[in-house]
Design a protein around this ligand. Structure first.
Ligand SMILES: [Zn+2]
Length: 149
């Protein structure tokens, strides 16, 4: 049987394969660039073994910046699952005060651009879909701001 550490890492790797690198997404709470895929502790079939806790399903991972990932996991370790919804709300609110709307919009456009370029390069979306996505994302309306980040 593979070690828990191996399976834990493999599960996170699958998330990157399916959803792309976390750095191609805004942090789900504060809206700055995400750095890591974080298990949201909501999978009823989660696996806990040898001190590692993870989900085999990519649906239960969210992109977070390091700061929010640490805060979220710390809240879980100290207080358990019951507080996580409230912690998510508090981190989102704190993030909105830390970063203004303009920055969050710029991060959204920039990360979306990176995600789209990667998906197109991988052949997951066609150049036509790629162009259509750029239109609907509003990316073309703020190329300078997005590029400045
Ligand atoms: Zn964050």
């Amino acid at each position: 049987m593979p070690t828990a550490e191996y399976e834990y890492k493999a599960a996170h790797k699958r998330v990157v394969e399916v959803k792309g690198p976390a750095s191609h997404k805004p942090c789900q709470f504060c809206g700055t660039f995400a750095a890591e895929w974080s298990y949201n502790h909501q999978d009823p079939a989660e696996v806990y073994r040898d001190g590692y806790l993870w989900s085999e399903s990519t649906a239960y991972y969210m992109p977070l910046c390091k700061r929010d990932h640490r805060a979220y996991d710390r809240a879980f370790r100290q207080h358990g699952k019951a507080v996580l919804a409230a912690v998510a709300d508090a981190l989102t609110e704190a993030g909105q005060q830390r970063y203004d709307e303009e920055l969050r919009e710029a991060v959204k456009a920039s990360t979306f651009h990176r995600w789209r370029v990667r998906e197109t390069a991988l052949g997951n979306i066609s150049p036509e879909q790629c162009a259509a996505l750029a239109e609907t994302s509003g990316e073309r309306h703020s190329p300078q701001r997005a590029g400045a980040i």
